[in-house]
Design a protein around this ligand. Structure first.
Ligand code: HEM
Length: 151
């Protein structure tokens, strides 16, 4: 099962990125135009959040099955000194979990901004969330830990 999770998680990153970039552009344009945040906009935010949550669940399934993560937890003292083990055992997991958690919190809190300035509220927060996600992906060119961009 581990290999299926890994392949799926690896390719699904492109769906996450596409959604994230589309959402950012959408938020930016609407906050700049002072568009009122309506219920139909809120529903689209929920669709985006659903896309990110799928990667979150896949990530945790992978985490619980990964030999790298098992290796990290079986000997934490030497695991933290190994860049790859530390990245997947600790850094990637915590940063991505934080990012998706924040997305869910803001999806809940932006409900109170319906018919108000919900676009500006989300835009200011999504810039930071996007930065967290982009910097925590093991890109082929990443100095932290690199993995193939296409498996
Ligand atoms: C937006 C969220 C996320 C994105 C975009 C993302 C992206 C990626 C990518 C691109 C890889 C490399 C796959 C490959 O080797 O081809 C990876 C590996 C991994 N991810 Fe995520 N991830 C996300 C969230 C998570 C979360 C929440 C967890 C949970 C702990 C997680 C756990 C892992 C693990 C354990 C691996 C490496 C497994 C291994 O090689 O054994 N990811 N992730």
């Amino acid at each position: 099962m581990y290999h299926y999770f890994l392949i799926f998680h690896s390719y699904y990153r492109w769906a996450v990125l596409f959604a994230l970039v589309s959402q950012l552009i959408w938020l930016y344009i609407n906050q700049r135009n002072n568009t009122i945040f309506q219920i139909k906009h809120y529903q689209l935010v929920i669709v985006f959040t659903f896309i990110y949550n799928i990667q979150f669940v896949l990530g945790w399934l992978l985490y619980l099955n990964s030999p790298l993560v098992t290796g990290f937890w079986s000997d934490i003292a030497s695991g933290v000194k190994n860049r790859q083990l530390r990245f997947f055992g600790l850094e990637h997991m915590s940063m991505m979990t934080l990012a998706v958690l924040l997305i869910n919190v803001f999806t809940l809190t932006v409900k109170s901004k319906i018919n108000k300035n919900g676009f500006r509220y989300l835009w200011k927060r999504y810039i930071w969330i996007t930065l967290i996600i982009l910097s925590s992906i093991p890109w082929s060119f990443s100095p932290l830990t690199s993995r193939p961009n296409l498996r």
